[in-house]
Ligand binder design. Structure first.
Ligand SMILES: *Cc1c(COP(=O)(O)O)cnc(C)c1O
Length: 422
């Protein structure tokens, strides 16, 4: 099998097989590089879809996985426990906001969101005040399962499934200068008796096009929810683990959510795992001697010990290594590149939040996710040894924190070339 031609029966995610686009075969990865068997490596400028934080095959994380694999594979987690999960829970408690006292494990960002929504409704059910309305922000993304799609933006991605999606209340994205409209809409929804929770991606809407808004707006949204007793769910599946410059994006707004979703970087991006952290009142609303009031959620692989060992190693890296310094260095390099490129060529809406930098290319199409520019750009970048996957006409760079100055330069050189070529 060579790099691109490997007759395969795999049905790939978010891939239109009818276009016959080549599918690179990756044999191994290290740091910010993806290696094929027979070609130059690719620089992974999107952290393999936002999961890889410290770098691919990080030695500490891979060693923890190898060690754990000698001892314990999978055990039932309903009513049983194991040290790797206990270690993750203890160390999450130590590093995450103090009032998030409970750690519920699941397997992916989408399931962590499903769990959060079920916890929120369970909270109100347990208080005999059955509220069910969820408030969401327009252009949000929370995953691809039915519940997660329901609280996300509607569009071409979920049109066939729309009859199955439940109704939510939508507040507009807080575009610069229009923040008050967002806050006013939230206030009016929060006044309604049936409103259970707000779910948001703090500071950066990832799949929505790397849309960024200010910490003051995030803080103001949280204050409105608090004032009305509406639960605040922070979906930090993408923004967590340093992406925005701080451990959590919420930290920049001084916001502590009632429910927090974490996945992607939880294991450093090595293996799948997620947690939904909850405040004590959310847990207590399910606490009872009545078995009919327990939290009814589980999946077969809840808190897989090998995945937990990877998360434990990630937490150790955060405790013991200067991760925030690496992030600050990367953020400074990203802003320098964005500024440099802006001096030589023209593009719209340059923006940055921590390690994430984005810009919009001019397009003759309609813009947005289905813009025809995206696949052309992807190929253009791949031909230059760079993995970038633009969101429509939005090009963004979200690399692993270990990316070298030279590798980052290769990425931005390719972007500069694309800006003047398209
Ligand atoms: C990626 C993502 C999800 C979904 O996570 P999966 O692990 O892909 O299910 C949910 N929310 C946000 C904000 C994400 O970026």
């Amino acid at each position: 099998m060579n790099t691109f031609d490997h007759g395969s029966s795999i049905w790939h995610p978010f891939t239109q097989h009818g276009l016959g686009e080549p599918i690179p075969l990756i044999a191994r990865a290290e740091g910010a590089l993806l290696h094929t068997a027979d070609a130059e490596p690719f620089v992974d400028a999107i952290s393999s879809w936002w999961v890889t934080t410290h770098g691919h095959c990080h030695p500490r994380i891979m060693a923890a996985i190898a060690q754990q694999a000698q001892k314990l594979d999978q055990i039932i987690f309903a009513g049983w426990t194991h040290e790797p999960a206990e270690d993750v829970a203890r160390n999450l408690r130590a590093i995450m906001p103090e009032s998030l006292t409970r750690v519920f494990f699941s397997d992916s960002g989408s399931t962590s969101v499903e769990v959060a929504l079920k916890m929120a409704l369970g909270y109100w059910h347990g208080r005999n005040e059955p509220r069910h309305r969820i408030v969401v922000m327009e252009q949000s993304y929370h995953g691809d399962t039915i519940g997660a799609m329901s609280v996300g933006a509607r569009g071409v991605f979920n049109r066939p499934y729309e009859p199955l999606l439940f109704d939510v209340a939508r507040i507009p994205f807080p575009h610069p200068g229009a923040e008050q409209a967002t806050l006013d809409a939230l206030e009016s929804f929060c006044k309604a008796r049936q409103t259970a929770a707000l779910i948001v991606e703090p500071l950066v809407l990832g799949a929505g096009g790397m849309l960024m808004y200010g910490a003051e707006t995030l803080a103001a949204m949280h204050a409105i929810c608090q004032r009305h007793g509406v639960l605040f769910i922070a979906d930090e599946v993408m923004t967590g683990w340093g992406r925005t410059g701080t451990l959590l994006a919420c930290d920049q707004a001084g916001v502590v959510p009632d429910i927090l979703c974490l996945s992607k970087g939880l294991t450093g991006g090595a293996v799948p795992l997620a947690v939904t952290m909850a405040s004590e009142p959310v847990f207590q609303a399910h606490w009872s001697a009545d078995r009919a009031r327990m939290f009814f959620h589980s999946s077969s692989y809840t808190a897989n010990p090998i995945a937990c060992a990877a998360a434990g190693a990630n937490l150790a890296i955060w405790r013991e290594e200067p991760v925030l310094d690496r992030i600050a260095t990367l953020a400074a390099r990203q802003s320098a590149w964005l500024e440099k490129l802006g001096r030589f060529c023209h593009f719209d809406n340059p923006r940055q939040c921590g390690t994430i930098a984005a810009l919009d290319l001019k397009t003759r199409g309609e813009g947005g996710y289905m813009d025809d520019l995206a696949p052309l750009l992807m190929t253009f970048f791949r031909d230059r040894g760079v993995l970038l996957r633009p969101l429509g006409n939005t090009v963004y760079v979200m690399p692993p924190y270990c990316i070298t100055e030279e590798q980052l330069g290769q990425v931005w050189d390719a972007i500069g070339e694309a800006v003047i070529s398209f």
